[in-house]
Design a protein around this ligand. Structure first.
Ligand code: SAM
Length: 225
């Protein structure tokens, strides 16, 4: 049974699309999409041998070897031109790692129309990547599962610019301002205040000062919205 988090990621995959799930681990997401008749073909990419083996095992166990190709590859290198991939999913990693995966080998995205990402932290890195690489945010959602808060971003090609608030918190999430969104940013605010306090007490270096200034700016931003 798929987690609510991955089910929501799956919900943004358009029916019938060809999908590549990068960092697929057990390949739960592509298996679920095929078993539920949502898509007919997928690639599962993994860079680490253990998870790669478990993806292969799971795909075989579910009898899906004709529909899902599992590849041992770094990031987007799992995608080959002949796959005709239209949708890429990257879930369950930090936003900076996801952004760096999207940055390297970005030629591999040439036929891709939609990217669905679920960063565990630092979604801002992905929004910044999107602006720089001409993708725009067409949907966003936020959820809480097992006491953790997750964001999901859906990107399609296009030019768009965002305010610093939108880059940090998400243009669509900011509009919707759900209870989970407010809980997330209240938590972030507490954490920022804690770090500022520690920096104020202990560190007097220029570096600490500039870090503190940066945190104060972020704090103001969160408090303003
Ligand atoms: N996507 C699944 C999910 O959301 O439940 C698995 C998330 S798991 C925490 C992250 C996976 O990404 C790990 O299996 C890791 O090996 C893989 N990974 C990390 N960096 C990668 C990269 N550059 N290319 C492919 N896979 C990567």
């Amino acid at each position: 049974n798929l987690s609510e988090r991955l089910r929501l990621v799956a919900s943004f995959a358009e029916t019938g699309t060809v999908l590549a799930d990068i960092g697929s681990d057990h390949a739960y997401l592509p298996c679920w999409l095929i078993q539920n008749g949502r898509i007919s073909r997928a690639i599962a990419g993994e860079v680490v041998r253990g998870p790669f083996e478990s993806a292969k095992r799971n795909v075989a166990k579910e009898g899906l070897t004709d529909q899902i190709t599992v590849r041992l590859a770094n990031g987007l290198q799992a995608i080959l031109p002949e796959d005709r991939v239209e949708t890429v999913t990257i879930a369950g990693m930090g936003g900076s790692l996801i952004a760096s995966i999207l940055k390297s080998d970005s030629k591999r995205l040439s036929g891709v129309k939609r990217i669905i990402v679920q960063p565990n932290i630092h979604a801002m890195a992905i929004r910044e990547w999107a602006v720089d690489y001409s993708w725009m945010i067409v949907d966003e959602t936020i959820l809480k599962e097992d006491n953790k808060i997750y964001e999901i971003l859906v990107l399609e090609r296009g030019e768009q610019s965002y305010t610093s608030e939108e880059l940090l918190m998400g243009p669509i999430l900011l509009q919707e301002r759900t209870a989970v969104f407010q809980e997330k940013w209240q938590g972030e605010l507490k954490e920022i205040e804690r770090v500022i306090h520690v920096l104020t007490q202990s560190a007097q270096s220029e570096e600490a000062k500039s870090k503190r200034q940066q945190l104060n700016a972020t704090k103001d931003m969160i408090e303003r919205v």
